[in-house]
Design a protein around this ligand. Structure first.
Ligand code: ZN
Length: 381
């Protein structure tokens, strides 16, 4: 391992990330935060489950066409969310999937099997791949990253269904405990409708996808307003009648992922196909992780994920370091990157320039930066 790089003594996050700070024992801020929020999880898990049930009860009592919406990607976490909502908590559930044109075969198969295994209704919103390419191309050239565009599409499809069916509750297969990337400031995406609109303003893609960010001021206001009860400690049930609540499942119910995989294999006919349980849903999934390695020395496509697994007690640090060492020797870009660039008419040089030199903060409204910082600073479990 490169001796120049200092790493956290518990996980493997390196000091090449400027937002990572170490205490006198060499423990990084992410490990410290994790400890603060989750060390006593066993003690509060019953209370969290009760809170979760109270939220569901409120949603059911509103008697809307659906009690909840689950965004379904075909990955393990969204499939688990669908399983819990339909088969454990017996909610009237609408699942929504965005096909960005790059949805993988295994993901399609998992979605089909999951829906056959439960009684949820489902909406497939498919973007024509030609339009998707055009949108992704704009984002890639201007920001070095197309994931933000896709995430806006996912959120748009959720908003569309929520509005149409007046769905009071959105339950995502996510949660702070398992979000390895969005916690890292340097690589997390700026995922707002205003950002989306600003990147593609004045382009052909901007005309084709203007509906993705229409009504963004209202939507962003609601998002901010939705966070205020959290900060003030007002329960989500009390505001649900007026405002759709978006929650991450793992903020209330947590199980280590091997247990989740076992449950959804049995109950939802889920399969990991290629032998990897992470991110099998998008054909382009290796590209954003590779992109980060171009920007930050001493990391691999797996550094954040492995650090998260170590914190959860699911991977040994020494094993993670060995994997890192192997991968750090390997500098080749993933094969799908060349294919993507070729099909999108982007040269590797232009791609590298966009990744390394674009200033993405120019597309984010100032007040949103402030709000996000406040939110992350004050939120507790
Ligand atoms: Zn750490």
């Amino acid at each position: 391992m490169d001796q120049e790089i200092k790493r956290c003594t518990r996980c493997i996050l390196p000091d090449t990330l400027s937002s990572v700070t170490f205490d006198e024992k060499g423990l990084c801020n992410h490990c410290r935060n994790y400890e603060r929020d989750f060390l006593e999880w066993d003690r509060i898990s019953d209370r969290k489950e009760k809170e979760f049930r109270a939220i569901l009860k409120k949603a059911v009592s509103l008697n809307r066409p659906y009690d909840c919406l689950v965004p379904l990607s075909g990955g393990k976490d969204s499939t688990y969310a669908l399983y819990l909502c339909t088969k454990v908590y017996k909610l009237r559930t609408l699942a929504v999937t965005l096909d960005n044109g790059f949805l993988s075969g295994p993901a399609r198969e998992n979605i089909k099997n999951a829906l056959e295994s439960c009684d949820a209704d489902h909406i497939f919103y498919s973007i024509n791949i030609k339009n998707s390419r055009e949108l992704f191309r704009e984002f890639t050239l201007k920001t070095g990253d197309f994931c933000t565009a896709c995430m806006r599409g996912i959120n748009y499809s959720i908003e569309m269904a929520v509005k149409n069916f007046r769905i009071p509750l959105v339950i995502k297969g996510s949660g702070r405990r398992v979000q390895y990337v969005s916690q890292i400031k340097e690589v997390s995406n700026l995922n707002t409708a205003s950002y989306f609109a600003n990147v593609i303003r004045g382009t052909e893609a901007g005309k084709k996808f203007s509906h993705f960010s229409a009504g963004r001021r209202r939507g962003e206001f609601i998002k901010i307003a939705g966070a205020i009860p959290d900060i003030l400690g007002i329960s989500r049930s009390r505001t649900m009648r007026f405002m759709t609540q978006h929650i991450g499942l793992y903020d209330y119910i947590y199980k280590p992922y091997p247990e989740i995989v076992e449950i959804i294999r049995r109950e939802m006919k889920w399969s990991d196909h290629a032998g990897s349980v992470e991110h099998l849903d998008c054909e382009l999934h290796d590209i954003p992780f590779y992109k980060d390695t171009l920007k930050i020395p001493g990391i691999t496509a797996g550094t954040f994920h492995r650090s998260g697994l170590i914190r959860q007690g699911l991977l040994k640090r020494e094993d993670a370091l060995r994997m890192e060492e192997e991968e750090l020797k390997e500098k080749d870009p993933p094969a799908e990157l060349f294919k993507y660039l070729k099909n999108s008419d982007i040269t590797p040089e232009n791609y590298a320039r966009a990744v390394l030199e674009s200033d993405n903060s120019q597309y984010e409204p100032k007040y949103q930066k402030i709000v996000r910082n406040l939110y992350h600073r004050f939120r507790r479990y």
